[in-house]
Design a protein around this ligand. Structure first.
Ligand SMILES: NC(=O)C1=CN([C@@H]2O[C@H](COP(=O)(O)OP(=O)(O)OC[C@H]3O[C@@H](n4cnc5c(N)ncnc54)[C@H](OP(=O)(O)O)[C@@H]3O)[C@@H](O)[C@H]2O)C=CC1
Length: 332
């Protein structure tokens, strides 16, 4: 049983093979943490329902990161009593993106009884867990009752319903001017300093709205393409930026070329490609500000460059998404 409709639930659903899975989501479409209805339907129809495997296009960079993280990875299990003794838990880095590549999520269901169309996944929409029963007398390890009245026996439950930060352990006082107030505390979006001197903040612990702000010191506008999602890729960007802020403060002088990051879009333009690709792009005043790409579109690098170099695309209009035009070649 998997509960939740965000990053972890979707990754697990994608990875688990030969195992009967019930996925309970409180929404009417999958992946609500990232998608609205339209791309969600596309993703569901072409990748979950049809069981297409798009798992073979792992980026070399991701593999490299995995290897780095592997070196720091520590796995705790319930037999490791140290985990209950906070003083003995060594604090390592998190397990990182592509963590699932280290494991095989293969159940023991007879493979011949499961076809390639993910029919082993039952999605229960618009519901969540009402109760969990793990009495010894149960036929299953765990009996789960859902709010919609259905009950399922299962071996275990994955609860992936989001995370809370523990920032409140620090007593922030929200008084700093020009600050972004999130989660009850305050961070200055330009310097990443909290209201406590010499305490800086980055990653999931703060929600930074760089897209709204102007850096008055050097007339640079914050990067307009910033839209925060709590993903590894963004945590890395924020970590790098906050490191620069700390360095700048510690040497007490201006460092040129500090990354200025952020985003916003105001105009949305969308289309569907062929049956196995989905492309949606976001333009603002003719400039590309964002995109959703599903499937092997081969557009990611071109679109990334168009976002970065902000070429005026007004005159191309819908041709930008014409599958018969090789825009990668055009903008090369
Ligand atoms: N590659 C990467 O960088 C990845 C990063 N992550 C990050 O790790 C963190 C943890 O992931 P995850 O746990 O999946 O969290 P997410 O925030 O991604 O998703 C949580 C999901 O659970 C739903 N939810 C919240 N409360 C309940 C409830 N009581 N019952 C049922 N559903 C509920 C949320 O709905 P609603 O939005 O409506 O509240 C949302 O759909 C996230 O910050 C995520 O972004 C996860 C996977 C990969």
């Amino acid at each position: 049983m998997i509960v939740g409709n965000g990053g972890i639930a979707m990754e697990l659903i994608h990875e688990i093979k030969s195992c009967q899975v019930v996925w309970a989501i409180k929404d009417t479409h999958i992946g609500n943490a990232f998608f609205d209805q339209e791309p969600s339907s596309f993703l569901y129809n072409h990748y979950y329902k049809n069981g297409e495997d798009n798992n073979n296009n792992e980026d070399e960079d991701d593999k490299k990161i995995d290897n780095e993280i592997d070196n720091n990875l520590k796995i705790y299990d319930s037999n490791n009593l140290d985990i209950y003794d906070k003083s003995k838990v060594s604090r390592n880095s998190s397990i990182g993106p592509q963590w699932y590549n280290k494991y095989k999520f293969i159940g023991n269901v007879d493979a011949s009884k499961i076809n390639q169309k993910n029919e082993n996944i039952t999605i229960e929409y618009g519901t969540t867990i009402k109760s969990i029963d793990s009495d010894d007398g149960c036929e299953w390890n765990i009996m789960v009752e859902l709010e919609n009245g259905k009950s399922y026996g299962c071996d275990f439950v994955v609860s992936a319903t989001g995370v809370l930060t523990n920032a409140m352990e620090i007593d922030f006082t929200p008084q700093m001017p020009d600050a972004t107030i999130q989660n009850g505390y305050t961070v200055n979006g330009e310097t990443m300093q909290t209201t406590i001197p010499n305490i800086f903040s980055a990653g999931d612990v703060c929600n930074i709205q760089w897209n709204h702000q102007t850096n008055n010191n050097n007339n640079n506008q914050y990067h307009q393409n910033w839209f925060q999602m709590k993903l590894w890729s963004q945590a890395r960007i924020m970590g790098r930026y906050v490191a620069q802020c700390i360095a700048k403060k510690s040497v007490e002088k201006e460092i040129d070329d500090i990354d200025i990051i952020s985003t916003s879009f105001e105009f949305e333009f969308r289309t569907d490609y062929s049956s196995s690709q989905y492309v949606r792009i976001y333009l603002y005043k003719g400039r590309l500000r964002g995109a959703i790409l599903i499937g092997e579109t081969d557009l990611e690098e071109t679109f990334e460059n168009l976002i970065l170099n902000q070429i005026d695309l007004s005159r191309y209009g819908q041709e930008l998404l014409n599958p018969n035009i090789d825009i990668e070649d055009y903008f090369d």
